[in-house]
Design a protein around this ligand. Sequence first.
Ligand SMILES: NC(=O)c1ccc[n+]([C@@H]2O[C@H](COP(=O)([O-])OP(=O)(O)OC[C@H]3O[C@@H](n4cnc5c(N)ncnc54)[C@H](OP(=O)(O)O)[C@@H]3O)[C@@H](O)[C@H]2O)c1
Length: 299
Amino acid sequence: MTVRILQFGVTGQLARELLGQAKDFDVEITALSRAEADFADPQSVVARLQDAKPDLVILAAAYTAVDLAETEPELAFRVNAETPAAIAVALGQQGSALVQISTDYVFDGAKGRPYVEADAPAPLNVYGASKFEGEQRILAVCPRALILRTSWVVSSHGKNFVKTMLRLAGEGKSLKVVDDQFGRPTAARDLARFILSQAERLSKAPAGDAVFGVCHFANAGEVSWKGFAEGIFDLALGANAPTVGASATADWPAPAVRPMRGTLDTTKLENVFGVTPRPWREALVEVVAELQSEQRSAA
Ligand SMILES: NC(=O)c1ccc[n+]([C@@H]2O[C@H](COP(=O)([O-])OP(=O)(O)OC[C@H]3O[C@@H](n4cnc5c(N)ncnc54)[C@H](OP(=O)(O)O)[C@@H]3O)[C@@H](O)[C@H]2O)c1
């Protein structure tokens, strides 16, 4: 059975990977860009659902500017909570299944151990609070919704840590990277392939099925930003990798406070879906190889 998917978001990291990987799965994706469905305007987005009768809706559009959100809270909440909630109300009535992506930033990072789905969120910043409100409002009205929390998303496109680190290394600057914040890097491709691999199951599962509710997805392995930077340089630059100095979060005052250790536990993913995400280093190999091949073709 070909699963008919309506996807919000076209240009983002996850959105592009969903579209790029779809060929390997029995799915047909219709994707709407911001110009076609602006999440700043909930009613116009809901109007897009009226004629579509998708088996599954994937929200790959989100307000992701973590620092900027501190000065644009109203917009962040509209895009990350109000519009997803309005979509969920419509889907709750229509009966279609929904996948929303959330974040490790719903947690305050003070637990001292990886977070399981049953842990109470306590976001430290506006972005995290807007995503958590989105989760709650969706789950309150749409019984066939899967909220996938993920962390430290990277790919060969868009803005992300891998691209920033390689740009800085290319500029030959001495590098100091935060060594006291920990998490699990996640390839947008792995997340996309997981969602697509579950599309048929999600589209058929009845309300109350274990596939719905909150679940964590992140590549395996906990690391600090400094350790992640070293892993990136090791893969991309080998013997020419620059030395990375350690710095503390306190050395980089930013508008939004980040969790120190928002690491996600993925045991539920393994139990419910039978999926064990591969180590982040393995996933990173593909991201780095793609960036290097793009660089070679541009040269
Ligand atoms: N990136 C991370 O490290 C990270 C970590 C944890 C969780 N997540 C979550 O994972 C999901 C995917 O993240 P990502 O990294 O793919 O994000 P991304 O690369 O920043 O892409 C965000 C997407 O949302 C769209 N968008 C933004 N504002 C919009 C609006 N008002 N109306 C419609 N579309 C809008 C963007 O479109 P334009 O190109 O037009 O701006 C873009 O397609 C998000 O839900 C995010 O919260 C991300």
